[in-house]
Design a protein around this ligand. Structure first.
Ligand code: MG
Ligand code: MG
Length: 261
């Protein structure tokens, strides 16, 4: 269905994806402003949907394969796809991965950030820092000089050198008028292997990194993915345009960083 030409976006499409990337970044910052002990993940979800609609866009996840919410909110040992709930109230010391999608002018934005709730244990902070840094390691390889295996290998080696493990079953993806498009963007790989990256591919790079074993399982709700050993997991995601000399990152954590600092 998607030939190479459809993986490569026109400059007009990239411009639209930039707008979607900016909006999803603003939503995550708005959510980050609210993250604190005592708030439920459903409260975060409601605010995110309101913010998205106020900006003339629609939630990108709601209804996707029947997914019921605007955000995925995955707490502590949950890796991704946690469903927001009034029963999930954030506690001091938790971490919560917030993954958000928007559709603006038919183009998807998709990004994620793992927030600290109150006072988080130093080893968990280290996991968050390493996961975020590994995403930027991957972004360095999102140029036409490299193959997908180089990008994945950069993320994997950064994390494994620090004693963490990389989830295999869930990966990054191309993004456009659909949330998930080719190419696949694994967070692991072998150098020199895989598809050559092409200018104007727009991809979501999203390492999911575990403190313990890499193994995961799906919960009985049919969505929530958790670590097999119930040790913490972190998840950061940005949208990136492949360039000749360097990648252009079209979603950003800078609004989040402004709010948290
Ligand atoms: Mg996402
Ligand atoms: Mg994604």
């Amino acid at each position: 269905m998607f030939g190479r030409s459809l993986m490569i976006k026109s400059d007009e499409e990239v411009a639209l994806l930039r707008e979607s990337g900016r909006l999803v970044s603003l939503v995550l910052a708005e959510v980050g402003r609210l993250v604190r002990p005592g708030i439920s993940t459903l409260d975060l979800d409601r605010r995110a949907e309101e913010f998205i609609r106020d900006h003339g866009a629609a939630p990108g996840f709601k209804g996707f394969h029947g997914y019921p919410a605007t955000l995925c909110t995955s707490v502590n040992h949950q890796v991704v796809h946690g469903i927001p709930s009034s029963k999930v109230v954030l506690q001091d010391g938790d971490i919560v991965s917030v993954d958000c999608g928007v559709i603006l002018n038919k183009y998807h934005g998709d990004s994620a950030f793992t927030f600290q709730v109150g006072d988080v244990a130093p080893e968990v902070k280290d996991l968050l820092e390493a996961t975020r840094a590994s995403l930027f390691e991957g972004i360095r390889f999102a140029t036409t000089a490299w193959r997908m295996g180089d990008l994945g290998s950069a993320i994997q080696s950064y994390c494994e050198e620090r004693g963490y493990s990389v989830v295999r079953e869930l990966i990054g993806h191309g993004v456009g008028t659909r949330l998930h498009e080719p190419p696949d963007v694994p967070n692991y790989g072998r150098r020199g292997v895989g598809m050559k990256l092409k200018k104007n591919m727009v991809i979501c790079i999203e390492p999911m990194i575990n403190m313990g074993v890499r193994d995961i399982y799906q919960g009985q709700d049919g969505w929530t993915i958790s670590t097999r050993d119930h040790k913490p997991s972190a998840h950061f995601e940005l949208m990136v345009v492949v360039g000749d000399k360097e990648a252009e990152t079209i979603s950003t954590f800078s609004y989040i960083d402004q709010i948290l600092n």
